[in-house]
Every structure is written in structure tokens, then in C-alpha cells.
Design a protein around this ligand. Structure first.
Ligand SMILES: [Zn+2]
Length: 314
């Protein structure tokens, strides 16, 4: 299991400053208390890092360690894919260019956005290709993307990287920072759960089917024995904001609903969800009915009990 941003920052600060992790966490808590809890633990840890004079300037970071808000970032990655440069008009009416690429290392992968024409020419003249390893310096993290401007550098190197982590990466984010189509991990408490909703799908194509008298009809497969499915809406709160989430059948047991057929048991299980803290992995989309962001759960995970104990002790 990968660590959250907060744990990673603490580890980094500890490594660079030589302070014990526990001491840094105490400083973080003191800082948060001073700010009446208005700052996230992650934010407080970054303030502590700055106060200790730590910048992550000259250090080469693994992709997983790149955090929103970091500046002067150095990293190394193998190019997975490259988009064709696009031309856009600036406010002043000048023409600008932008191009994106994805790089990966053995910890994660990230979108890199190039704004400098010299960097973009490396794509145009075919030097930057999938499979090439690049060394990046002086990049800026904007949200969960690494942006390279004219002060940044991107160099092709002969170094190789094995065991690329190419699967979709979920970066941890606060709910208040979520944007449409983000693929993220949030850590929060279930503060409300709704009654599960049931629907039926075709066992062949998994499309929703409707009941017609005694049987179900799939527009493609005709009369079928439908599979009953459930979905669940829960509201998750991480201290920054709340968001409505949608969990489908495959995740219900992991969330804690195992008995959907027995009403009494279901009511008990739903009650037990309240106040439960979990990691929720998924994507943000706009709910068309409410015109509000909604979080589609792809995976849930119990919060590592060891970390919880660490927090309780500090
Ligand atoms: Zn079907």
C-alpha cells in the first residue's frame, strides 16, 4: 500500500532535517492548533518544512513524491506517450504552444505539460518519443500535473527505468480541491448513507434492463435472466468539505454492506457505516441531476490501523 501525501512529506522532512518523525508530527499538530485546524495536516507539514528551511530543490524526487504546490521539482521518468503540440492564442494575441506527455517511474506516473517552444521542438523533431527516459529539472506542480516553463529543463538521458508503474494513479487530494474528471484518492469519514438502490442488468452485456411482466428484456439479447445489482450513495467528509459518492455492487462488501436482502441486518450495517474512516479511490464527475460534483468509487480501503495509532499517540 502506498503512503499518503502527508506521510511522505513527514518522511522527507525527517530525512532532510534529521528530526524524528514523531517530533515533526508534533510540530504539525502544534501548527494546526495555532491555526484553529483551518489548515490540513499536509498543508501544515509543508509550512513546517518551509520554516525548517527545507526546500526540496536539488533533490530528485520519485514521481509518487511530487505533491501539489511543489516548485523547482526534479525528477526522472520514462515517456509513456506524447500528444501532438497544440497552438493557442494568448490574451495579448500572440501565439503559444503547449504539449503534454506522460512519464512513469517505478512508483507512479504523471502528466507533464510543456509550455516552452524549445522543449516542444524536441517533440516536433522526434527526439522525445515513447520509451525515452528524460530528466526534468525546475518543474512546477500545478495541481497534480508537472508544468515546465522556460526556466525548466527536460533532457534525454541514457539511464533506464525498470518496473514502470503505468496503471492509473490515484493521487490523494482534499475534497475541497476536487475538480471534474480527477482520478484521486480521498481519505474521509462516512457521515451519511442512503438506502441502497437496486436495478437489474443483462448478464451478457451488463446493460441495465427493464422488467416486462414476468421476465427481463435486453435490447440486444432479448429475454434474459437478469442479475440484480445494488448501488449505494454515501456522503464523505474529510474536514475540508463533503462530497456525495456512488459505490457499485463490487465495492459494497468492502465498504461494509454484505447483507442487502435482510432489511434488519442492512439497517444495522448502514448504521455502522456512519463515522467509518476509509480511503476512497475513484473519479470525480458532474452529477447532471443536481449539477454538483459526485465521486464515483472504484475501490475502497480501510485506513491503515498502524497510521491511526501513530496519530492517536502523537
Ligand atoms: Zn444484453
Amino acid at each position: 500500500m502506498s503512503m499518503g501525501n502527508y506521510e511522505r512529506i513527514i518522511e522527507k522532512i525527517s530525512k532532510i532535517s534529521g528530526l524524528e518523525k514523531e517530533e515533526i508530527e508534533r510540530k504539525v499538530e502544534a501548527k494546526r492548533a495555532k491555526l484553529s485546524g483551518l489548515i490540513s495536516k499536509e498543508g501544515a507539514a509543508q509550512v513546517i518544512a518551509a520554516e525548517l528551511g527545507i526546500n526540496f530543490d536539488n533533490e530528485k524526487l520519485k514521481i509518487e513524491e511530487l505533491l501539489p504546490g511543489m516548485r523547482k521539482v526534479n525528477t526522472l521518468g520514462k515517456i509513456l506517450n506524447v500528444s501532438q503540440p497544440r497552438v493557442f492564442k494568448t490574451k495579448k494575441g500572440d501565439e503559444g504552444k503547449v504539449a503534454n506527455l506522460f512519464i512513469a517511474d517505478d512508483t507512479s506516473n504523471i502528466k507533464v505539460v510543456l509550455w516552452d517552444t524549445n522543449h516542444i521542438s524536441l517533440i516536433e523533431n522526434g527526439q522525445i518519443n515513447p520509451g525515452v527516459v528524460v530528466e526534468i529539472s525546475n518543474g512546477t506542480m500545478r495541481d497534480n500535473e508537472l508544468h515546465l516553463g522556460s526556466f525548466s529543463e527536460i533532457k534525454i538521458t541514457s539511464q533506464n527505468i525498470d518496473n514502470l508503474k503505468t496503471e492509473k494513479s490515484f493521487r490523494e487530494k482534499n475534497i475541497s480541491d476536487l475538480k471534474n474528471s480527477d482520478n484521486v484518492k480521498i481519505r474521509g469519514f462516512i457521515v451519511q448513507s442512503f438506502e441502497p438502490k437496486f436495478f437489474y442488468v443483462c448478464p451478457n452485456c451488463k446493460k441495465k434492463v427493464i422488467q416486462e411482466g414476468d421476465f427481463f428484456n435486453c435490447s440486444e439479447h432479448g429475454k434474459i435472466a437478469a442479475e440484480k445489482r445494488a448501488l449505494l450513495n454515501v456522503i464523505v467528509d474529510d474536514g475540508t468539505e463533503t462530497i456525495r459518492t456512488v459505490a457499485f455492487q463490487d465495492n459494497l462488501a468492502d465498504i461494509g454492506l454484505t447483507n442487502l436482502e435482510n432489511m434488519e441486518e442492512l439497517i444495522l450495517q448502514r448504521e455502522r457505516l456512519l463515522g467509518k474512516e476509509m480511503f476512497f479511490y475513484g473519479a470525480v464527475r458532474n452529477n447532471k441531476v443536481f449539477n454538483t460534483p459526485e465521486f464515483i468509487i472504484e475501490k475502497v480501503e480501510e485506513v491503515n490501523p498502524d497510521l491511526l495509532i501513530m496519530e492517536l499517540e502523537s
